[in-house]
Design a binder for this molecule. Structure first.
Ligand code: FEO
Ligand code: CA
Ligand code: CA
Ligand code: CA
Length: 591
């Protein structure tokens, strides 16, 4: 029974209550099982997870990383045109680390410097895991010893592609010709391409760097690179791969120091999970900002590809990329992401919208106005978007595209700093604590014009999304939610919404809901554990196994105990993990 043939109601389950429990909960008739937690042995010597934080950096390079985030399931037979729901590559981001949990007694510093061994482990716990998984007698497990199992970390060799490759802006001591990069960090949401590759997105990368330069150039200051780095990796003296996080000008030219190293971050990184030896490619034509994720519009043979990406920071923007070359399934590759036009969204109060092109010589993006060339525009995407007059949004997080209509939905998670005089129709609430979901439909035959509306406003029970004459939807206890973040359409057209608050008294632990996009009916399907965020959602093609991530469960109490011991229980330190959700009757998830 192909899910495409499923003619039942979109939402067939009964909503569950909010939860403050230290276990994951899912709708009646479903089972949720933890899978591949942080530290699970994955490659090489398969070092076993040690529950006291004593695994080394070398161990961590061979284990699943920390703080699971965006994720995608690739059927193992994808390249042969298959759609296996029994075996595949589960690829996921590890956004950031909790040093308190990573090390035996938290992070240390000696004489103002971080110990190299700790930094090694922290860098290794970031990045991406490619996990070959297989279902045997109904139970999913890792295919141990598979050539596909792989860790990409904050130190993995990568290449720059697109207009920034080989430019002066990318010249570093490590890459005098401006073509190489190392590592990917703070990978939040993700994307996947029609040609079977994974796209890791670099979000809050700026905090990993420091610079003593004063004033700081706009390629640092506009992104928030400050005078101190979050984890102090730059303080490991004499180790080039860590010292590069100090972006101060030190040498005679950019080829002698790492002033340009931050220009090698803020990109979309393409990883081919089916080619374990392949070098990840940073696709610079897609722009440099705090990429939350990337989502493709509907793909049509012989037409350009279209993708959308949000910049998750207060008052930042939503972008669109359109390839210059047409898509053909037989030949499509990452080259489509190297040659195209970048646009940024303007939402007019009348429900119309415009995509403003960010190309050199267009919309005033000229030398006279401070943009030297296309590489300069891409390095300074935020500054270019400011210049053309894009609409500052309430923190654009994930996007999702409806599988048949092509309508795009984006979460705007919250923005406590929007004031009364800054509201507009697309960001209608001052002090937007609860967030909302916006959607748009491209005008047919136009690359630059679209129509938009608000799908739902988040908030407590009683929160109404206003329509012209009556509320379009009013939340109640079965579907109240706060700070929508993860967003995904399954191929039946169910919109899955995940929240990121870290837990609140009003809303309980973070959760996942399902929505019918045509009726705006919304039901709570799943709840996470204490202090976690629910993020990352994908499924097998038959929609009978869903994978969801629990990020940053638990926090440390003053007495050294944890607010959650999930998933190991007892007094164990908490571990981010995937959750496998199945329907007890073997049916389609959500039906
Ligand atoms: Fe990493 Fe935008 O959340
Ligand atoms: Ca997020
Ligand atoms: Ca978030
Ligand atoms: Ca997060």
């Amino acid at each position: 029974d192909d899910p495409d043939d499923n003619q039942g109601p979109l939402l067939g389950f009964t909503a569950i209550a909010t939860s403050v429990a230290n276990e994951v909960k899912v709708a009646a008739g479903y089972t949720a099982t933890p899978f591949v937690p942080w530290g699970t042995p994955l490659t090489g010597a398969l070092p076993e997870y040690l529950g006291d934080g004593t695994n080394t950096g070398a161990d961590q390079e061979q284990q699943v990383g920390m703080n699971h985030d965006g994720m995608h399931y690739f059927p193992i037979d994808f390249k042969e045109g298959g759609s296996s729901s029994e075996e595949g590559l589960l690829v996921m981001n590890h956004e950031y680390i909790e040093p308190d949990f990573l090390h035996p007694d938290g992070p240390t510093e000696v004489g103002g410097a971080r110990p190299e061994a700790e930094v090694h482990k922290e860098v290794a716990a970031h990045g991406v895991s490619v996990i070959h998984i297989k279902k045997t007698a109904g139970v999913w497990d890792i295919v141990h010893g598979s050539q596909y199992n792989r860790r990409v970390t904050g130190a993995t060799d990568m290449e720059l592609r697109g207009p920034v490759r080989g430019s002066d802006y990318a010249v570093t001591k490590h890459s005098n010709d401006g073509t190489l990069a190392r590592g990917t960090l703070n990978n939040c949401a993700m994307g996947h391409t029609p040609w079977g590759t994974y796209l890791a997105c670099e979000e809050n990368w700026a905090g990993y760097f420091k610079s003593d330069d004063d004033p700081k150039p706009r390629n640092l200051s506009r992104y928030g690179v400050g005078s101190n780095s979050r984890y102090g990796w730059d303080t490991v003296a004499g180790v080039d791969v860590y010292e590069r996080f100090d972006a101060s000008s030190k040498g005679a030219s950019a080829a002698d120091d790492y002033r340009n190293e931050p220009n090698t971050y803020g990109w979309i990184v393409e990883i081919d999970p089916f080619e374990p030896a392949s070098t990840p490619q940073k696709r610079t034509a897609l722009g440099r900002f705090g990429h939350e994720g990337i989502i493709f519009g509907l793909v049509e043979e012989g037409k350009p590809i279209v993708c959308y990406s949000g910049d998750d920071s207060r008052f930042e923007y939503i972008y669109k990329y359109v390839s210059n070359q047409a898509y053909y399934a037989d030949t499509a590759s990452g080259a489509l992401l190297d040659d195209g036009k970048l646009y940024v969204a303007k939402y007019n109060d009348d429900g119309s919208g415009e995509w403003l092109e960010l190309s050199h010589g267009v919309n005033g993006l000229t030398v006279d106005n401070g943009f030297a060339d296309q590489a300069d525009i891409l390095i300074n995407t935020r500054t270019a978007a400011d210049f053309v007059g894009a609409t500052p949004m309430d923190r654009p997080e994930w996007g999702a595209v409806h599988p048949t209509t092509g309508e795009a939905y984006f979460t705007l998670t919250n923005n406590s700093r929007r004031t009364e005089d800054q509201v507009n129709a697309a960001n209608p609430r001052p002090n937007n604590q609860y967030g909302h979901i916006i959607r748009w439909r491209e005008n047919s035959g136009s690359v630059t014009a679209f129509q938009w509306d608000i799908f739902v406003l988040g908030g407590p029970a009683g929160t109404a999304t206003p329509g012209e004459t009556a509320a379009l939807v009013t939340l109640d206890d079965s579907n109240k939610f706060n700070s929508p973040d993860g967003l995904w359409f399954d191929k039946r057209g169910v919109l899955w919404i995940q929240t990121d608050t870290g837990g609140t008294e009003e809303f309980g632990n973070d959760q996942m809901l399902a929505a019918d996009p045509s009726t705006r009916e919304i039901r709570r399907f799943f709840t996470g554990v204490v202090d976690c965020e629910v993020t990352g959602v994908t499924s097998t093609p038959d929609l009978k196994t869903m994978f969801v991530n629990i990020q940053h469960p638990g926090s440390k109490n003053g007495d050294g105990s944890y607010t959650s011991n999930w998933p190991d229980g007892g007094s164990a330190r908490p571990r981010a993990a995937t959750v496998i959700i199945t329907k007890d009757d073997g049916g389609v998830i959500g039906s």
